[in-house]
Ligand binder design. Structure first.
Ligand SMILES: [Zn+2]
Length: 240
């Protein structure tokens, strides 16, 4: 939401930016969103999707992966995502792969990523994710996500695919569990700032959903399958 206002403000203040990519992607949709003076949930959800897509395209253009050699013959799938007994946090067990990931913020530079240990030498990782236990989903910085996406690991669960495809790295303050609400494991975070992130199946396939379990509210009114079971689950699994 704030992202939207910032974007509109930026485009108004910099009309040149609206003529070129990526600014031109947003001019029309924003105009439509504001046309009736009311921003509804559907419009917000569409804009958020557009922002994620643009972020991915931006990364592709500014920091192409082609320079990096893909590891050959690495075992990419064994024991990828696992969660143990109730109460335990979800773990992501990456493949035994180390690679250079180009930086989208500083074109020309790159970061060293280790997918097995989920480490990166960027400052986001060093200062905000470093102390999380190995396997913690929030150890994934944007470069780790980018490396996973680039490797295009096959046979991943759709849940994991949705998590890795989200260009915005997870909030390092969030903890994650895996739970089955009737159609396979979904990934659920706690809500240190009111909102849980949930990777689950929705009307348009698997993706990220936001849930404020205290207010029993879903972000943009968009609910995944099993929504009614998820709210009490968050309450139970992450007691305050
Ligand atoms: Zn990083």
């Amino acid at each position: 939401m704030e992202e939207l206002y910032d974007l509109a403000e930026f485009l108004n203040a910099n009309p040149e930016a609206g003529k070129h990519w990526p600014g031109n992607q947003f001019v029309e949709p924003l105009r439509e969103v504001w046309a009736d003076g009311v921003i509804d949930n559907h419009e917000l959800a569409l804009m958020e999707r557009l922002i994620v897509e643009t972020r991915r395209e931006w990364r592709r253009r500014v920091a192409p992966m082609e320079k990096t050699e893909a590891p050959a013959g690495a075992d990419l799938t064994s024991g990828f995502a696992a969660s143990t007994d109730s109460g335990e946090l979800a773990r992501i067990n990456g493949p035994d792969v180390r690679m250079e990931v180009p930086s989208a913020s500083y074109p020309g530079s790159s970061h060293r990523v280790d997918l097995k240990a989920s480490t990166c030498d960027c400052s986001d990782w060093k200062f905000r994710r470093n102390t999380l236990p190995e396997g913690h989903f929030s150890r994934c910085c944007e470069h780790i996500l980018y490396a996973f996406e680039y490797l295009e690991v096959e046979d991943l669960s759709l849940m994991l695919r949705a998590f890795l495809k989200n260009t915005k790295p997870p909030d390092p303050e969030k903890n994650w569990i895996l739970r089955d609400v009737g159609y396979g494991n979904i990934l659920i975070s706690d809500a240190p700032h009111g909102w849980s992130d949930i990777f689950a199946r929705g009307r348009d396939g698997w993706g990220m959903f936001g849930c404020n379990f205290r207010q029993k509210r879903w972000k943009y009114g968009s609910e995944p399958e099993g929504a009614a079971a998820i709210i009490p689950l968050i309450k139970e699994e992450f007691p305050e």
